[in-house]
Design a protein around this ligand. Structure first.
Ligand code: A4P
Ligand code: MG
Length: 181
């Protein structure tokens, strides 16, 4: 029996990835990132959220962001998936300075990897700050509102309700260009 295209298959884990950009042609770069993620071996994109225009959190003198989220079903483990995401960032001109939270052409954060909880040097899943970030929770709740945070047990939609700052986000359209606004 074949499984529906957006259901995880045997051996796959569903991971949630936050996508952000605030330099250059933000929408085009975010869509290019999703195309590249979809072409990774062992990774299927199974859901894409809307895109939101959001006020920057962190250093104030930077442009507004676009933020969105995708769900992937993957045969990779969390470390290999994050490495692949960082490689996609690099191909899209992401430069890292010494300061966190600065402007970027693309940011791909691994927010959840199934129910895994990992705090291991350079890999932290769930992403340590996602519960306090409306720009992450708003798109994530659209595609996975019933999914539970494995640390707190809360559903993503209830984490969003408890999160300040969601009202200043403006929906600008779908991330998936084949979906009508
Ligand atoms: N790393 C470890 N675990 C992870 C994970 N689960 N996902 C390591 C992603 N990366 C992970 O990340 C630094 C290092 O963390 C990576 O090398 C990776 O090996 P980074 O992407 O260079 O740093 P960052 O994105 O500046 O920091 P961080 O901690 O991800 O920050 P946030 O919390 O994502 O904040 N405002 C708006 N409106 N929208 C935004 O998207 N983003 C940020 C970044 C700040 N303000 C924003 C937005
Ligand atoms: Mg990041």
């Amino acid at each position: 029996m074949s499984s529906a295209p957006d259901e995880p298959r045997e051996g796959e884990t569903v991971a949630l990835v936050a996508v952000g950009a605030n330099l250059g042609d933000r929408m085009a770069t975010m869509r290019a990132a999703v195309e590249r993620i979809a072409r990774l071996d062992g990774v299927r994109v199974v859901a894409q959220s809307s895109v939101y225009d959001t006020a920057p959190v962190g250093p104030p003198d930077q442009p507004r962001y676009l933020n969105a989220a995708v769900a992937v079903a993957t045969k990779l483990d969390a470390r290999a998936l994050l490495a692949a995401l960082l490689a996609v960032e690099a191909t899209l001109g992401r430069e890292r300075g010494s300061t966190r939270w600065t402007a970027r052409t693309i940011d791909l954060d691994l927010v959840l990897f199934g129910e895994c909880v990992i705090a291991d040097g350079d890999l932290h899943v769930p992403h340590p700050r996602f519960r306090e970030r409306a720009f992450v929770l708003l798109p994530l709740a659209e595609i996975a509102g019933q999914t539970r945070d494995p640390v707190t047990g809360e559903r993503l939609e209830s984490l969003l309700r408890a999160c300040p700052g969601r009202s200043d986000a403006v929906r600008v359209g779908p991330l998936d260009p084949s979906v009508r606004a």
